[in-house]
Write a protein of this length. Sequence first.
Lengths: 891, 489
Amino acid sequence: MLHVTINGRPHEVAPGQSILAALRSTADTVPTLCDDPRLAPIGNCRLCLVEIEGQPHPVAACTTLLSDGAKILTHTPQLEKLRRTQLRLLALHYPADALASVPQSDFHRLLQVYGLENDLAGQARPELVDDSHPCIHVDMARCIHCMRCVRICNEVAGRFVWRAWNRGDRTEIRPAGGVILRDSDCVSCGACVDTCPSNALQDKTVSPPVAASREIRTVCSYCGTGCELHVGTRDNRLVSARPVLDAPVNKGHLCVKGRYGWDFVHAPDRVTQPMIRTGDDWKVVTWNDAAEFVGQRLRQIIDGHGPDAVGILGSARATNEENYLAQKFARVVVGSNNVDCCARVCHAPTAAGMKLMLGTGAATNSFDDIELARTIMVCGANPTENHPIVGDRIKQAALRGAELIVIDPRRIDLAEHARLHLQLRPGTNVPLLNAMAHTIVTEGLFDAAVVPEHIEGWDEFQHFIADRSPERAADICGVDAEAIRQAARIYATRRPAMCFHGLGVTEHIQGTEGVMCLVNLALLTGNIGRPGAGINPLRGQNNVQGAAHMGCDPGLLTGSAPVGEHRPRFEAAWKSPIPSRPGLNLMQMMDAARHGAFKALWAIGYDIALTNPNAADTLEALRSLDLLVVQDLFLNETARLAATVFLPACSSFEKDGTFMNSERRVQRVRKAIEPMGESLNDWEIVVRIAQVMGEGDRFSYRCAEDIWNEIREVWPAGAGITYRRLDIAGLQWPCPTEDHPGTSVLHTGIFSGDNRVRLRQVEFSPTPERTSDEFPLLLVTGRALYQFNAGTMSNRSRTALLQPVDVLRISPADAERFGIEDGQPVRVRSRYGEITVGARLSHDVRTGDLYATFQSPEVFVNRITSRNRDHYVQTPEYKVTAVRIEPIESL
Amino acid sequence: MTYAHDRSDVESFYSLAGVDLSKVHCQGTACFVARHRNSSRWREAASQSPPVYCLGKCYAAPATSEDQSRPRIEVRSRVPVVLERIVKGGAPTLDAYLRGGGLAGLHAALTRKPGEIIDELEASELKGRGGAGFSTGAKWRVAARQESPEKHVVANLDEGDPGAYIDRFIAEDDPYCLIEGMVIAARAVGAARGWIYARCEYPQAIQSLTRAIEAARAGELLGPRIAGTDFSFDIELIVGRGSYECGEETALLNSIEGQRPVARARPPYVAEQGLWSMPTVVNNAETLANVPWILRHGAEEYRSLGIPGSRGTKVVSLNSLFRRPGLYEVEFGVPLREIVEDLGGGLRSGTLRGLLVGGPLAGIVPPDLLGTLFGFDELRAIGASVGHGGLIAFDENTSIAEVVRHVFAFGAYESCGNCTPCRLGAPRIEAIFASIVAGQSGTHLQEIEWRDITAALKLASLCGLGVGLAEFAESVDRHYAQELRPCFT
C-alpha cells in the first residue's frame, strides 16, 4: 500500500492506480469531464488538476500515477480558479437553453457549482443538429470536446463511427465518412450517449424526454450474454436503460437491444387480460374463468387421452423460478415428462454433445476469459450482431493482438478483424473441424501433457483422423486447405485458445456432431480446464440456459439430472410420483399432434408457429390440438393462428426472479414497474392453474425467492446461490455451498491423475438438403443486430425503426445472375413452400448462399425451411435450405 | 458501405494537405513584423487561404515561396560545429560529406559500446535545440534502458517556429549529417527504425533528404549491416501536411502513426512509450547534427565551447529587419546585444521595439535587456528561452497589441484543440486583441480574462504550444506593462 496525504489527511491506497482513482477511493473528488472509467485517460479537459508538493506545476490526476509519499492538494484557490476559467471558456460556447435539457448532465452540474449559469453564450447551430437516427439525437452545438464519444466508440464498441474533424476551436465531432448518423456504421449501442457529459448526444427513448424518477438494476431481456442494466422508470413506465458500470459481463456497455429495445413493454398491442377464443373471436374473461377453463380442459384431456397427450413449453424469457415451476407442473400435475423449451431449436446439440464428452452441457469458461485468451476461434456465430457485448469484447481483444479465427459462411464483422476467415459452405462444419484435428494430430501440435496419457483410445482416433486431411476437406467445405492448416496451427499453438460457437454449429443435422468435433479440438490441444480457453456456446436468449437447466427438457430434471437416475430424489422432494416414461420433445410433440396422439399444448412465451421450421407442418400440428394455451405478452402468431386460450404474462421488467446466462451465471432480475393491466408473473399463472387442478399444496409460494429456495434443495450445484448473495453479485454454478465463490472455469482437473477422456470419431453424413438445378441456392436463416428471433420484443420497440422487416441478403454476383436489384421483392421457393421478401445486396454472403432473418409474420421465412433434424436431439436444420429465387416486377 | 477505414477525418486536421505550395505567401511572424516592407505582398499573404505560417525564409520577409535567395551564413563561434560544411556550400553527395569529415563520428561510435556513446553525449552536456532544452544524453539513456523488441529514433524536422530556419538548411545542405546523427542515436539506444518528419513547407529539404536517404542506403550508411557491422537501421521520410502542432513530439508521433496529431498527456514520456507505445527517441534536427561532431572530436572539446549550463554552439536565425539577416553559428554565452548589433548589424531602419527569441511562443526581450547572455538559464531568468534560435526583431511599425494579436491568432490557428485552455483560450485572447487593434478599448473584464486565460495556458495546457503562448503573454505583461495598460481601460 502507498502512504499518501490528501488535503492534509493521511491515507493508505492501493498502488498502481491514477491519482484520480485514488481520490475517488478516498472520496476527495475533483471535477472532471473527459474521464470515464471505461476509457483510457487522455487528460484533455484539464479540470482534474491537482497540486503535488514539490512539483512546479499542477498535474492532471487522471493521467498521473500515484506515487508513495505524495502530498496532494485538490482544491487550492489556484486550482479552483483554473477550473473556473476553463469551465467559463466552455460556457461561453454552450447554448443557454441546453441547460434545461434532460437528463441533467455532469457539465450542467459543474456550471452550477462554479456559478457559471449566466455565462452561457453559445448559439444554436442548426447545421450541427442530426436527428436522423431513431434512437440518438445529436446536437454538437453542445459539444465540449471531451472526446468521450469518439473514444468509447473506438475503445469499447469498436465501431470507429465518431470522429474528430478539423482542429483547434474548429474541431467538430461527426461520423466517419462525414455522413449523417443514420447512414454511418453506427450499431446504435448508445455508448456515446451514455458517456456524453454535456447532452450533445441524447437518447430519444421517450418523447418528450423525461428524467427517470427511479432506477432499478436488472438483467437484459434479450440474448444470453446476461448484461445488467439500470432501468429508469417514471409513473410506472420505463423511460430509460443505462449500462451498469460494474456489471461482470457488460462492464458498462450495452447493445442496441438492451439500451433501446425495451418499449415493447408499453406496446399498444400488449394484451393484458385473459381471453378465450370463440370461433374467430377472442372473448375477454376473468382470471378465474381462464384458469378454470384451462384446468378443466387439461383434466378432461388427461382423463380421456392420458397425461402424455399433454405437453408444456417453458420459456427462455421467463425466469429460472418460472421454468422450474413449468416442468414441475408437467411432471407433478399433468404426470408427464412432455416438457421442453426453445433450447430444442437452438443449443440442445451443445448441451447433449458437451454433456456426453465432458459431463456438463454448458460453457466451460467465462466471458472474462476473452481478455486472457491468446487465440479466439468463433465458429458459426456472429457475436457483434447477436451477442454484441461479447462480440465487442472479442473485437477489442483482437485489436489488442489476440489471434482471431472466424469459421462462418458469412463475412461477419469479426472476420474483418480476424487473422483467418474460413468461409465454408453451409453444412460442412464436421469435415472442416475434422481436418483441423487431422492437422493437429499429424503435425504433432497436440498438447504433449494430454496426448496420449489422458486420451482413451488414442490409436483408434489417430487411425480415424489420418485420412481426414485438409486437402480432402477443401473441396467439401469450399475452403483453402492451407487456411484450414493455419487455423489448426494457431488454435493449437497460440494458447490459451478460446472457442465460441453458435447456432451455425448446432442447427444442422450434424449439430451435436459438430459440437463434438469442437470438443475434440479443445481436448487434443489442452484447451479445456484452463483460463482463457474452453468450449463456449453463445446462448441465444437471456434464460435459455436456465430454462433447460431448470428441467424444461423431456429427459432431464432440474440441474440437468437425467430422469431415470434422479427420479427418486425429486419424488421425495416433491412428495409426488414422477413418470418414468420418457417425454416428448417439442419436435416430437408436433409430430404426435399431427398424428393425433397429442392433444394439448401450453406454450409459455414461445411463438412456435413463426419460429418452428416448415410452417405447414407446424400449423397442421397446432391446428390438430384440442387445447392450445398461449401465455405471452402479445397475441403472437401461434395465438393468432391456432390458440384456444390466451393468458397475459408480464415482462421481466415487471417481475422478480433470476436468469442464467451463457456462462452459467445466475443473476437477479428485479421488478422495475408493476405488471401492466391484469398481466401476471408466469409463475403466478402456473400456480393458479395448479390450484384449479387441485395441486395447490405443492405449488404454494409467496414469492420468487420461495421457489428459488426449493430449487436450491433439488439442485446441489446451485445450493450455495442465495438471493442474499445474488443481491450483491451474480454467481456461476457449480456453487454448492453458501461460502463457495462460484466457478468460472469448469473441468480444471480433467487432465490430472489417471483421468482419461475419449475423443469422438465423428463421421460426416451430409445433409440430404442439396442444391439442384431447380433449387440452386442455399438459404441460411438467423438473427440480425436489430432483429431478435420472432421479433416479439425487437419488432415492437424503438429498434424496429432501424430495420422494420426481414430482408433476404444476396451476393451481388447472384443478384446479377438472377436479375435482382437491391430492394426488389423476390419470390423464394424451396421444396417446402414459398415466400416473398425484399432483397438486399450484401458482400457478406458467399455467392450461392442467401441469408434471412425470420421475425416478420408478413414474410414468414419458416414457410420454406426444411424437415431435417439433428441426428441426436432433433434440433431443426435451419441453416441449410435449398431454394430458387426470382424477382417480382412489382407487388 | 463501411467507413471504418476512411481517414478523411484525420486528413482534415492538416491545413496544407494537397495544397500547391509553389506560389504562396508567408504570414509567419517574421513576415508579419516586416509587412511594411512589402505591404501588397503582405496583404496577399494575410488574405490567402489556407494561410501559410513560415516558409523558413525569414531573412527575406515578407517572403514568398518563389523567392530562391539564400541567406547570409556565417560561423562566429571559435570552431564550426553545425555549419562546418554548410558555410562552405554544403555536402550534396555522400562523397562530399565524407570529404568534409562526415562519418568520422559514426566510425568512432561503432568502435564503442552503446552505453559508452551515451556517456560521451552526457559528458558533452548537449541539450535539445528544439525548444525544451532537455539533456540529449539523459533522453537516450532512458530509451536505452527500456526493454522492448523494437525502438525508434525520430528526427523532428518540423521546424514550424516562425523565425527559425536552421533545420531547413541542415536538411537541404547537409542531410548526411542528420542521417549520421540518427544512426549514432539508433546505435546508442538499440533502435532499428528511424523516421524523419519534415514539413511540407520545405520542398527542397524534402528533395534533398529523399536523395540522401537513397544514397545512404546504397552507401551502407542505412539498411542492414551498416558500415560492415551487424547493426542495421533504416529511415523513412514522412512529409508533414501543414500543422505547427506536429512539431510537438507527441503530436508528431500520432501523425506518423496515422492518428489525429493531437498532443498526448505525459507521462508516459516518449522515450518510454512513443511510436506505437514503443521506446522512441525524438530529437530536433539541429540536435542530431551536433552528435557526429561530438563523437568525432570528443565531449571535452565540445564542452569547451559555450558556458556552464549551455555548452557548444547554436545557430541563430535573424529576420529581415536586421541589416544583415541570416544564419550565424555562435557559442552560447554571447550577449544578445552582440548578436543584434555586431552580427545583425542592428535594424535596417527604425528602432528596436523588441526581440522575439526562440519563436513567437516564448518571451519577448525588450531592448533594455539586450545585455542578457544567450544561454538556456540566462534567457529563462528573464522569461524568454533559446527555443529554436530564431531571433525576430520588430520595430515601431508594430505595436505590442498587434504582436499579441498576431501571436495568438497563430496559436489559435495551430492549436490541436485537444485541451480546453488552448482550444478556447487562445482564440478568446486573439478576439480581445483584434478589437483592441481595431481601435476599441479593452474592458476591465477582458483584462481579467487575459490574465486568467494566461494562467490557465501556463498551468493547465497539455503541451508546449499553450505553455509557450502563456510565456509570451507573461513577458508582455512583465516587460511591456506601459504599452499594455492603455489597451484596457
